[in-house]
Write a protein of this length. Structure first.
Length: 424
C-alpha cells in the first residue's frame, strides 16, 4: 500500500502492507474489542493508517508503551522528524492533534523542552488548590442554578463541558465571558473534523490577545506568572505553551467528570453509594482512568533512527501513536495487577491516563484536573442527590473521535430544587 501525496508526486511506503484503518464507529462503540482484535492479530505494536492514507504505528502493549515513553532520545516528541511531511496537505484535519514543529512545551525536545518545563510547571504549581476548589464550587453552583428547577439536564452540555473551561479560564486569566466560546473551540479541535484547523487559529488569536493584555496589565493568573519568569520567551512561545495547557486540560477533564458520573449512575457497585458521593467519587474517577481514559490515543512520538519495538521494525521518522487506553487494558499487566483478586484499578494509579515520562501531563496540571472534576461531581451530587439517567444506558452516544473518549450527551433527571445563588 502507498500513501497518496498531497503536495507532490512522491509516495511513501506504509510500514507494512496490511495496516488497520484508524477510523470507524468501532472506536466509539467498543474500542476495547478492537484493541483485543488488534492484539491478537498484530501483537503489541500495530501498523495503522490515519485518515488520508498516512501510515503510523499504534503502540497498544503496556511494556512497549512504557519503553517508548521512557526513552525520549530514541522516541522524541519531535514532530519535525516525521517522514510524511512532504505528503501532508495544509488542511489535513488531524494537524491540530498531531501538531507541527513549533516552540512550545509539547512540541520541543531535549534542552529546549526542559526550558519550557522550567517556566510552565512553577506557574502551574502556584495555583492554590484551596482557592481553586472554592472557585470550582462557586462555578458549579452557578451552572446548576440554571437548570436545577427544571428537573432535567444534559450533564455534558450543561455542566461537565462548561465547568472545566470556566475554571481554566479563571486560572489562565481569561474573562468569564470568554468561557463558552473557548469550550466550543477546544471541543472542535479535539474532534478532528473539517472545522478543526479554523478552531485552532481562532483559539490561538484569543490567547495571543490575552498575552498582550497581561503584558500591559499583569494580574494573579497563570499568564502573568509565566510572563514574570526570568528566562526570556517570545510572545509566540508564551502563546504556544498556553495553547497546550488549555487544549490539553479542558476536554479531558470534562470527559473525566462526565464518565465518572455515568459510571456511578449505571454500575450497581456505585448506585447504592450515590448518597455518599464524596466517598465513591474518587473510586469512580480512578476506575475511569483505567477503563475509559479520556485520552484514548495520544499523538505521538517519532523514531530518531531505525529500531525494533515489539516484533516490528520501526524506521527513522515513523510516527508512533500512544495507545493509552489499549495499554491500560493489556492482559499481561492486568493479570499482574489483579493477582490479589481485586480489580486492577483498585487503589492503583499505574495507568497511562496522563501518559508517562518526560512528556507526561505535568503533575500540577494533573492535580488541577482532579480538583476540577472531583469538586464538580461532589457539588452536583450534593445539590441533586437523586439524579438518574433519563435514557437507557445503551443509548448513550460517544463522541466521534478516535483520540478522545467522551459522551456526546448524558441526559439526567432529578427532583427539581431551588437555586442557591440567584443565578437562575
Amino acid at each position: 500500500m502507498t500513501t497518496p501525496s498531497a503536495t507532490s508526486g512522491n509516495t511513501q511506503q506504509c510500514p507494512v502492507a496490511h495496516a488497520v484503518p484508524l477510523s470507524g464507529p468501532g472506536f466509539q462503540i467498543d474500542p476495547n474489542h478492537l484493541y483485543r482484535e488488534m492484539r491478537r492479530e498484530h501483537g503489541p505494536v500495530v501498523a495503522v493508517e490515519l485518515p488520508g492514507g498516512f501510515p503510523a504505528w499504534l503502540v497498544i502493549g503496556y511494556r512497549e508503551l512504557h519503553q517508548v515513553t521512557s526513552d525520549p532520545e530514541l522516541f522524541p516528541r519531535d514532530v519535525g522528524l516525521w517522514n510524511q511531511w512532504p505528503n501532508i496537505p495544509e488542511d489535513w484535519p488531524l494537524l491540530p492533534m498531531v501538531g507541527r514543529p513549533m516552540p512550545s512545551i509539547y512540541f520541543t525536545a531535549g534542552a529546549e523542552h526542559l526550558r519550557h518545563v522550567a517556566m510552565v510547571e512553577p506557574a502551574l504549581e502556584a495555583v492554590d488548590p484551596f482557592e481553586l476548589r472554592r472557585t470550582c464550587e462557586d462555578l458549579a453552583d452557578q451552572l446548576i442554578d440554571v437548570f436545577c428547577g427544571r428537573g432535567a439536564a444534559d450533564l455534558v452540555a450543561d455542566f461537565a463541558e462548561p465547568l472545566p473551561v470556566l475554571a481554566i479560564a479563571r486560572i489562565v486569566g481569561f474573562p468569564d465571558a470568554d468561557g463558552p466560546q473557548l469550550a466550543w473551540l477546544m471541543k472542535t479541535m479535539a474532534d478532528g473534523g473539517a472545522d478543526a484547523q479554523t478552531a485552532y487559529l481562532h483559539l490561538l488569536e484569543r490567547i495571543q490577545h490575552l498575552v498582550a493584555v497581561k503584558k500591559a496589565r499583569p494580574g494573579d493568573d497563570l499568564v502573568s506568572r509565566m510572563l514574570a519568569h526570568p528566562t526570556p520567551f517570545t510572545d509566540q512561545e508564551y502563546a504556544m505553551d498556553l495553547m497546550a495547557i488549555t487544549a490539553a486540560g479542558h476536554l479531558t477533564t470534562a470527559d473525566w467528570l462526565a464518565s465518572s458520573v455515568r459510571l456511578m449512575l449505571t454500575d450497581d457497585r456505585f448506585a447504592a453509594a450515590l448518597g455518599g458521593g464524596r466517598h465513591s467519587a474518587g473510586q469512580a474517577m480512578n476506575e475511569v482512568l483505567w477503563e475509559e481514559t479520556p485520552t484514548q490515543i495520544l499523538a505521538g512520538r517519532w523514531a530518531a533512527r531505525d529500531t525494533r519495538l515489539g516484533d516490528k521494525l520501526i524506521r527513522a521518522g515513523d510516527m508512533l501513536l500512544l495507545g493509552l487506553a489499549a495499554a491500560n487494558a493489556d492482559p499481561h499487566v492486568r493479570q499482574h495487577l489483579s493477582a490479589s483478586g481485586e480489580p486492577a484499578h483498585t487503589g492503583n494509579s499505574a495507568h497511562f491516563a496522563f501518559s508517562y515520562g518526560e512528556y507526561r501531563c505535568p503533575f500540577p496540571a494533573q492535580q488541577i484536573a482532579e480538583i476540577i472534576a472531583r469538586t464538580g461531581i461532589e457539588v452536583f451530587l450534593d445539590r441533586l442527590p437523586d439524579i438518574d439517567l433519563a435514557v437507557p444506558a445503551e443509548s448513550l452516544v460517544r463522541r466521534p473521535s478516535v483520540f478522545m473518549r467522551g459522551m456526546v450527551s448524558l441526559p439526567v433527571r432529578f427532583t427539581p430544587v431551588r437555586a442557591v445563588g440567584g443565578h437562575q
